[in-house]
Design a binder for this molecule. Structure first.
Ligand SMILES: Cc1cc2nc3c(=O)[nH]c(=O)nc-3n(C[C@H](O)[C@H](O)[C@H](O)COP(=O)(O)OP(=O)(O)OC[C@H]3O[C@@H](n4cnc5c(N)ncnc54)[C@H](O)[C@@H]3O)c2cc1C
Length: 544
């Protein structure tokens, strides 16, 4: 005899990820009707049972390496589940891999911001497939450094068609691009790269190079081409490496194995042997690292947006559970301690969303405003540092809010838990972000002052003491590298507070300032006293 069980939270599906996002709704308030409609439609898809199922399937059925065919001939291909391809198709159709480079009037002046809105929703659904999407978008910065390559490749990268066929790039309707820097002996310290590049010779191969070496982390290895770093006699240089040659044969890219990763299961990350592979030199010989950093800067923005999105998903799951589950006679959300924990997390989610979108805005304005250019340069590592580091702790706390149901693989929390640390590791780990902050300050102290001025204006009249503390911490970091995390975190929190003051209701900014800037270092969530309206904060960030 079956017993009717009550007090079970319904599945969190068939919601609209845009209209249920109080922060994003507020931040897009002044945008035109076309933006709302686009986000409304995308948000509906992201929260649909169908899309959530695609995300689940893409992760439960990770990519498989097919090294050899039935005859023992090398294949070096990775096979993805159809759900992964469906997610890729959707992302490409929305231009997440290219729209910031479009020339059309549609998103002029706000291309990064508009893409970031869409990307934030997409990453709430599934993060793994966005790896090649991010890399393709970022790769365009390097293509543009070489007119001939740009002319040849961009028309087929810019299409809104995802083409997963295993054909030479010239025969495809859409292309994706990856990057290969990291080697076993060094990822952060790229000066240790040993992959060699030799001139390929004369005749048909004149001007080409051949690459030999091993890349230790080489994600999305089914991309059509990769920007890779390799050493020539003049130093480390940047090369464009197609996966297949014009006749469709493999260009000497041998996939040794796929990484057995903690998370990020839908995405393939490989160990790649480059066996005399043909490549084209991009930019100046010996200046490859500097060129590659242009690509990396764009992917750092995406890492931060993606982590903000993961934080949002985790919080949404926690609040959904707490609204529907009763304990000791009332919904969990009405239990004072749970209410404070959720509200405290909601503050970080709102801050991460506001700060990452603010950074995207500075990318749009950098070309026409020195102050915004300074903001983009200094704040990219700062925002990546803080948001990507905030995500894992928040996901863990959100998981706890779901109790035992949070700790099983059937739900989304386990996947988020595994995914959350990654954005802090790749594209420059935490310490490297802090070193980059020091580098930016060392190059132009004036730009730091410009950023502090921008933040101070956002913070309003009461900001002087906070800005003074930041200046002292900046000086300290310049004199003592080991203290750079102090400055980086403090700057991130202050910039987030400034953006919240400017663009979100005072209730959120006040609570954030009071709890994050007004007190010494904190370690867990729920550190709010009764002066803050916890329920109003939750209901704003996640309207019912
Ligand atoms: C899932 C996944 C996919 C990846 N995909 C790609 C890819 O497609 N292409 C690619 O090129 N790479 C890829 N990577 C590699 C990634 O970018 C590197 O792992 C990362 O850059 C760190 O390099 P490392 O692993 O060699 O660590 P290390 O360089 O050994 O660094 C270890 C730690 O030391 C810290 N550190 C380094 N220098 C200093 C210093 N001077 N002071 C203080 N601390 C320091 C770092 O912050 C880091 O925390 C991927 C990694 C992962 C996990």
């Amino acid at each position: 005899m079956s017993q009717t069980i009550t007090n079970i939270a319904p599945l969190h599906e068939n919601y609209n990820a845009y209209t249920s996002d109080g922060v994003l709704l507020h931040l897009t308030n002044a945008m035109g009707q076309d933006v709302h409609q686009e986000l409304m439609s995308h948000g509906r898809w992201v929260g649909s049972a169908e899309a959530l199922d695609l995300a689940r399937m893409a992760n439960e059925n990770p990519p498989r390496l097919r090294s050899l065919d039935a005859r023992g001939e090398r294949l070096d291909q990775v096979e993805f589940h159809p759900a992964y391809h469906a997610l890729m198709r959707k992302a490409v159709s929305q231009g997440l891999h290219y729209s910031v480079w479009d020339r059309s009037d549609d998103e002029a002046g706000q291309r990064h911001l508009r893409r970031a809105y869409r990307f934030m929703l997409t990453c709430q659904l599934e993060a793994g497939h966005t790896c090649p999407i991010t890399m393709t978008n970022a790769s365009v910065a390097i293509f543009l450094a070489d007119e001939a390559l740009a002319r040849d490749w961009l028309p087929r990268i810019s299409t809104r068609t995802y083409d997963s066929s295993n054909k030479a790039p010239g025969n495809k309707r859409g292309l994706t691009v990856g990057m290969g820097m990291t080697e076993r002996q060094g990822g952060t310290d790229l000066r240790q790269i040993t992959t060699r590049a030799e001139r390929a010779g004369s005749g048909a191969n004149a001007g080409m190079w051949r690459l030999s070496g091993e890349k230790w982390f080489f994600s999305a290895p089914m991309c059509d081409a990769f920007f890779v770093l390799a050493r020539t006699d003049k130093g480390i240089s940047c090369f464009l490496l197609p996966r297949l040659l014009p006749d469709g044969s493999n260009n000497g890219l041998r996939i040794q194995r796929l990484k057995n990763k903690l998370g990020n299961q839908s995405n393939a990350s490989s160990e790649m042997l480059l066996d005399n592979a043909f490549a084209t030199l991009v930019g100046e010989e010996g200046r490859g690292i500097a060129l590659m950093l242009e690509m990396v800067t764009l992917s750092r923005l995406d890492c931060a947006v993606s982590s903000a999105a993961q934080m949002r998903t985790a919080l949404a799951e926690a609040v959904h559970h707490a609204r529907h589950r009763k304990a000791f006679g009332k919904p969990l959300i009405d239990q004072p301690l749970m209410e404070r924990v959720l509200a405290d997390m909601a503050l970080d989610v709102a801050a991460a969303q506001a700060l990452t979108l603010r950074l995207a805005r500075s990318f749009d304005a950098a070309a026409t405003s020195d102050a915004e250019g300074a903001y983009a340069r200094l704040m990219t590592p700062v925002v990546k540092y803080w948001v990507c580091k905030a995500a894992p702790a928040l996901v863990v706390e959100a998981m706890e809010c779901l109790g035992g149901n949070g700790y099983v693989e059937d739900g989304i929390m386990a996947r988020l838990y595994r995914e959350a640390p990654l954005n802090a590791i790749w594209e420059g780990s935490g310490n490297v972000m802090c070193l980059d902050v020091l580098r930016a300050m060392g190059k132009s102290r004036g730009s730091v002052d410009a950023v502090l001025e921008t933040i101070s204006q956002g913070m309003g009249a009461t900001s002087q003491q906070t800005i003074d503390v930041l200046r002292i911490t900046a000086d300290m970091a310049m004199a003592d590298e080991g203290s750079a995390r102090l400055f980086t975190e403090q700057l991130a929190l202050t910039a987030a507070a400034a953006e919240m003051r400017l663009s979100l209701p005072p209730m959120l900014a006040d609570a954030f300032v009071e709890s994050r800037l007004g007190r010494p270092w904190r370690h867990t969530y729920g550190m709010m006293d009764a002066r803050m309206d916890a329920r109003a904060i939750i209901d704003f960030v996640l309207p019912e």
